[in-house]
Design a protein around this ligand. Structure first.
Ligand code: GLN
Length: 398
């Protein structure tokens, strides 16, 4: 008898499955639903960026770039890091263009994390952070944000650090809960990283999407953090180009050099013509970013409204373009069941909250909705979500 094909499987991928995020997209396509599951961000790329990418293709900018990216783009990123993040950096030694911010995360993990290390995650987290880490086989520890405002308990955080802590992963604004970490939380994270000589890997990809006056703060700007923080960001969310796979990492020269060697081995470089294309984004006026934030504010309001009408209790995000909602008020005891009814009965995909926690029980009654969609899609989603109470009664009768 044949043994299952999994006999070939390496220990580093044992138990890792296709993410619920992607699973929901496939299922959503099957029922031609509105996809508020995976954050695909299907909105138009700015015209100037498209034109610059087309010109780069036509101009045969089609060979490998340096593994750290084209010079002009690294210089532009360094300018943005100084202006927006308050983090001046050397474009030649401290900036690396990566294959999406995920490419930067993979490079950081492969470069610095190994079995025996402890890595600290903050739940709810972006599942790719956990699963990429699992491939490097560290011991994962987690602290869970609690309450409707996803508060970080500083004592719990302190207790989760140990002499073996190699790194902490911070995602601000957070996917999935929209938490924007303020100076009080970041100062404690910084103090603990310094005390334990640990790295920080911060994913700041949603840095321009902020609500209610919240401000983005980069952990690397806090005392003692510059030399131990790998700051990841990218273009996917700000310019609606999740499929272009363009991100970047900023880190001290010694760290950036190691990550550069690793990303060269994994994928050589980010797509060269697209690097030339995105360069044009740096000429967009300040109003582009204001419009982006204002549109997302309206989109958030639409989905908050829709949730309220269906008995889903939204946990209001401070940033990013997702919101988590508690499903118990809508008559469900489990977020998975609510996602099922929402998709099958209302044609709207969402992601079960349990997929964002180390202990799935913590997110059992939650689901995540993504509102990075065009207004007419969100209108359709709003109509679908409004049918949830009826769909639940229908499902209960069946
Ligand atoms: N960041 C997006 C999300 O959380 C997309 C993730 C993905 O497709 N891997 O939904």
């Amino acid at each position: 008898m044949l043994r299952p094909m999994t006999r070939f499987e390496a220990a580093r991928i044992r138990g890792i499955q296709q993410s619920d995020i992607r699973k929901q997209s496939r299922r959503c396509a099957e029922v031609s639903g509105v996809n508020l599951g995976q954050g695909i961000c299907d909105q138009p790329v700015p015209d100037v960026v498209k034109a610059a990418a087309k010109a780069a293709v036509d101009g045969d900018e089609s060979i490998y770039s340096k593994y750290e990216g084209i010079d002009a783009l690294r210089r532009a990123i360094a300018g943005k890091m100084a202006d927006y993040n308050g983090l001046p950096c050397d474009p030649d030694t401290e900036v690396m263009v990566t294959a999406g911010s995920t490419g930067g995360f993979v490079a950081a993990v492969l470069s610095f994390i190994e079995p025996g290390d402890e890595v600290l995650l903050i739940s709810p987290f972006y599942g790719y952070h956990m699963n990429i880490l699992r491939m490097a086989q560290p011991t994962l520890r987690s602290v869970t944000l609690r309450g409707d405002d996803f508060a970080l308990d500083h004592d719990e955080l302190r207790a989760a650090f140990s002499p073996r802590t190699k790194a902490v992963v911070v995602n601000t604004p957070s996917n999935p809960c929209g938490k924007v970490f303020g100076r009080d939380d970041l100062a404690v994270i910084a103090e603990l990283c310094c005390e334990h000589d640990a790295l920080a890997i911060t994913d700041e990809i949603y840095e321009y999407i902020l609500y209610d006056g919240h401000r983005h703060l980069s952990l690397a700007t806090l005392p003692g953090m510059r030399e131990r923080t790998i700051t990841l960001s990218g273009f996917s969310k700000t310019y609606n180009m999740t499929g272009w796979r363009l991100g970047y990492a900023v880190a001290a020269p010694e760290l950036a050099a190691r990550m550069g060697v690793v990303s060269d081995l994994v994928y050589i470089c980010a797509p060269t013509p697209l690097q030339h294309g995105v360069l044009a984004a740096f000429d967009l006026p300040a109003s582009y970013y204001e419009d982006l934030a204002r549109d997302y504010d309206r989109k958030r309001a639409m989905i908050l409204d829709a949730c309220g009408a269906a008995g889903l209790r939204p946990l209001v995000p401070q940033g990013a373009y997702y919101l988590m909602a508690d499903v118990t008020g809508a008559g469900f005891t489990d977020g998975r069941e609510a996602c099922e009814t929402l998709l099958e009965g209302c044609g709207v995909a969402a992601v079960p909250g349990a997929s964002f926690y180390v202990d799935p029980a913590d997110g059992k009654t939650q689901l995540r909705l993504c509102f990075a969609k065009q207004f007419d899609d969100l209108e359709r989603a709003r109509e679908g979500i409004a049918r949830l109470p009826d769909a639940r009664r229908g499902a209960a009768r069946a």
